[in-house]
Design a protein. Structure first.
Length: 146
């Protein structure tokens, strides 16, 4: 009789833990799909943001500097407190780095922007901000805050 009770208790214990595992795996699946949905949502939102400045295709080779179209527009004028959003539309990496090639000013640096990556900065001080691409010396432009 005692053996039967012990066996029953063990079986009950095992089935409870199996049900517990099953339920917890269901829960984690739900969490993953929620995460995925919110990621998808923010991704869609990202593409809705109209960029202020784009790095167009083929600027990774010299020549865009002749017509000053390495960043379009090459000079953007904003008001104090405004933000500027860049979009790398090229298939190469590019950066938005303050200063001049070989002389970064250290104010901002996007790092390498992947194709179709955005970079946003807000400008809270008046001034003319020269910037360049750390990978392509011919790529340079300005943000003017009035
Ligand atoms: Cu570049």
């Amino acid at each position: 009789m005692i053996k039967k009770i012990i066996t029953l208790a063990i079986i009950l214990g095992i089935s409870v833990s199996i049900i517990g595992l099953f339920l917890s795996s269901l829960n984690s699946e739900e969490t993953i799909s929620e995460d995925y949905n919110s990621e998808e949502f923010s991704l869609q939102n990202d593409f809705i943001i109209p960029p202020d400045v784009v790095m167009p295709t083929k600027v990774s080779r010299p020549g865009c500097d002749i017509e000053d179209i390495c960043y379009i527009p090459s000079i953007i004028v904003v008001e104090k407190g405004d933000s500027v959003t860049w979009l790398n539309e090229d298939s190469s990496f590019h950066s938005v780095t303050s200063g001049f090639y070989g002389e970064p000013s250290g104010l901002f640096d996007s790092g390498y922007l992947d194709p179709y990556e955005y970079y946003t900065l807000s400008f809270d001080e008046f001034g003319t901000y020269d910037y360049f691409c750390t990978l392509h010396p011919w790529m340079k432009a300005q943000v003017i805050v009035e």
